[in-house]
Design a protein around this ligand. Structure first.
Ligand code: PEP
Length: 259
C-alpha cells in the first residue's frame, strides 16, 4: 500500500434525504476534525443519492471540508432523451470526484451487464470523474472456488477500452455479493486473494507501474470492528462501506482504522 493513499468511501445507497445528508456530513466532519484526521493520509468520500449531492456540495465547499463526494451511478450518455438518467457532466459540475459503477445492486436490479459497466466507466472518465468500479462474485461462484477468475473477468471487461492514463487513477472495489449487507464479512485473506489477483491483472493488461497505482478497495459488511484487519493486507487499499456509513460516528471510526 506504500505509495497508494487509502480510500474509505461510504455508499449510502437509497438512504438519507437531503436534509439528513446535511446533518450526517456535518457530524462526520466534526468527528473526523476532533480526531485530527489527516485526509491526505486516509482519503474519505461519501456517495449519497443524487438528490443529496447539491446539499453535500454546499456543506463541503462552505465549510472548506477535505471530504470528497460522488454519486452511486452515472448515465452511459452525456445528454438528451434519456429520461431518469443522470449525466456525468452534471455530476462533474457539482464537484463529484467519484462515481460507483457496476455496483452489484445495479447489476442485479437494473440488468447492468459488463458492456453497460464499461460504458459507464468510460462516461466517468469523459467527465473527469474517477470511477469506483464494483465487482465480485455471488455465493454460488464462491462455493465453486471461481472467485478470482470471476473478478478478473469483470475487471478486464470493464477496463478493456481504457487508456493507461485513465487506469492510473482507477479505483476497483472488490465486493463479494454474499458479504454485502449480510453481516457476513470476507476474511482478510479472502479480500487479499482477490485484491492481489486484480492488481496482477492490471499488471498483465497494462503495466506493473499502473498496477502499483490502482487502488483496490474491499466492500462487504465492513465495520469499525473488522476494518483494521482487512486494511492490514498489502493489496487492500481501502473500503467501500454500505450500512455502516450511515452512522457518522461509526463511519468516522472506520476512517480512523489506524488509531
Ligand atoms: C456496499 O453496498 O457497497 C456494501 C459494501 O454494503 P455493506 O457495507 O452494507 O455490506
Amino acid at each position: 500500500t506504500a505509495q497508494r493513499v487509502p480510500l474509505i468511501a461510504g455508499n449510502w445507497k437509497m438512504n438519507l434525504d437531503h436534509m439528513q445528508a446535511i446533518s450526517t456530513v456535518q457530524k462526520l466532519a466534526w468527528t473526523l476534525d476532533d480526531a485530527g484526521h489527516d485526509f491526505k493520509k486516509v482519503e474519505v468520500a461519501v456517495l449519497p443519492p443524487f438528490t443529496d449531492i447539491r446539499s453535500v456540495q454546499t456543506i463541503v465547499h462552505g465549510d472548506k471540508l477535505d471530504l470528497a463526494y460522488g454519486a452511486q451511478d452515472i448515465s452511459t450518455q452525456d445528454s438528451g432523451a434519456f429520461t431518469g438518467d443522470v449525466s456525468g457532466a452534471f455530476l462533474a459540475r457539482l464537484g463529484c470526484s467519484y462515481v460507483a459503477v457496476g455496483h452489484s445492486e445495479r447489476r442485479e436490479h437494473h440488468g447492468e451487464d459488463d458492456d453497460v459497466v464499461r460504458a459507464k466507466v468510460e462516461a466517468a472518465y469523459r467527465h473527469g470523474i474517477t470511477p469506483i468500479l464494483c465487482l465480485g462474485e455471488n455465493l454460488e461462484v464462491r462455493q465453486s472456488g471461481d472467485q478470482v477468475a470471476h473478478a478478473v473477468g469483470q475487471l478486464r471487461a470493464a477496463t478493456s477500452s481504457l487508456q493507461p492514463a485513465q487506469v492510473e487513477s482507477l479505483v476497483v472495489a472488490y465486493e463479494p455479493i454474499w458479504a454485502i449487507g449480510t453481516g457476513e464479512v470476507a476474511t482478510p485473506d479472502d479480500a487479499q486473494e482477490v485484491a492481489e489477483a486484480l492488481r496482477g491483472a492490471v499488471a498483465e493488461s497494462f503495466s506493473p507501474e499502473l498496477a502499483g497505482a490502482v487502488r483496490v478497495l474491499y466492500g462487504g459488511s465492513v465495520k469499525s470492528s473488522n476494518v483494521a484487519s482487512i486494511m492490514a493486507k498489502p493489496d487492500v487499499d481501502g473500503a467501500l462501506v454500505g450500512g455502516a456509513s450511515l452512522d457518522p460516528k461509526e463511519f468516522a471510526a472506520i476512517c480512523r482504522y489506524q488509531d
